[in-house]
Design a protein around this ligand. Structure first.
Ligand SMILES: [Zn+2]
Length: 276
């Protein structure tokens, strides 16, 4: 989408989870897309002269491309057209036409509009914590974040105002890799002077590592979440803790098994023996 122009924006209904912004098509039509980026689970499309369209996929939203001249990242896949709700009709400098289609069977996704200068003041984005894969998350910042917190470590790691976009699966896996109990108090990751404990150092490394491994493997897939080529992600086959209740722990020399508990309404999977 970068560098091409939005020739027409086709809205096939008035809303997804929320109504589409007023005059959305009028504001964006004819403008060139300058760049794409992401913040937490929000996909951001920057247009020339300032408008930014922010898209959230909700539970079941996806983007796909149609037509030929779309480059190496385009893959054909089948989707039920009744759930195609937004169609970006795009035209390149050379006149090549492409369509990018937003499909969402359950319609929990949503889109909103802002401008490049104030988009991060939007309530959806303003309260978000640091990116888990960004340069600001390291052992020192993690220790500062957790210092003094009596909440369970698992819940603190899922708090999107602390770390944005770290989901349930990856928290379980990072804690397992780090040998940290999801039930321990978050504040135990910081020493009295606010510096990181050795376990905090380990967790900071494993958070990044588990996400890097998942991206490498094509992402975790649950229900109808699929890769851009239409196949299911397969990081799920590499889970060491998540969804492995009753299985023997994979850590060398550990005789424990994976246990499942509920924390803040979410399933937590951990080894009762080696995660302390
Ligand atoms: Zn274990």
């Amino acid at each position: 989408m970068e560098g091409v122009r939005l020739e027409r924006l086709e809205l096939r209904r008035a809303n997804l989870r929320f109504p589409f912004p007023a005059d959305l098509a009028e504001i964006l039509t004819g403008k060139k897309i300058t760049s794409l980026s992401r913040r937490a689970k929000y996909l951001m499309i920057y247009f020339e002269d300032g408008p930014v369209l922010v898209c959230h996929l909700g539970m079941s939203g996806s983007f796909r491309t149609l037509d030929d001249a779309v480059g190496e990242f385009a893959h054909t896949r089948s989707k039920i057209e009744a759930h195609d709700h937004v169609i970006f009709h795009l035209i390149g400098e050379n006149g090549d036409k492409t369509r990018v289609i937003y499909n969402d069977p359950r319609r929990f996704g949503f889109m909103f509009l802002g401008t490049a200068s104030d988009i991060f003041d939007n309530p959806h984005l303003a309260a978000l914590g640091v990116e888990p894969t960004g340069n600001t998350l390291d052992a020192n910042s993690l220790a500062r974040m957790m210092m003094g917190k009596a909440t369970p470590l698992k819940s603190a790691l899922l708090d999107q105002t602390l770390i944005a976009g770290l989901g349930n699966i990856y928290v379980c896996e990072a804690l397992w890799r780090s040998g940290l109990s999801p039930k321990r108090k978050a504040g135990t990751l910081a020493k009295k002077n606010g510096t990181p404990t050795p376990k905090c150092n380990s967790l900071a490394i494993h958070i990044r590592e588990v996400i890097a491994d998942a991206i490498e493997a094509g992402g975790s897939s649950l229900r109808d979440h699929v890769q851009t080529d239409g196949s299911l992600g397969y990081f799920q086959h590499n889970f060491a803790a998540y969804d492995r209740e009753g299985h023997a722990c994979d850590h060398a020399n550990c005789r424990g098994t994976i246990k499942r508990i509920t924390q803040s309404g979410r399933s937590t999977f951990y080894c009762w023996a080696c995660q302390r």
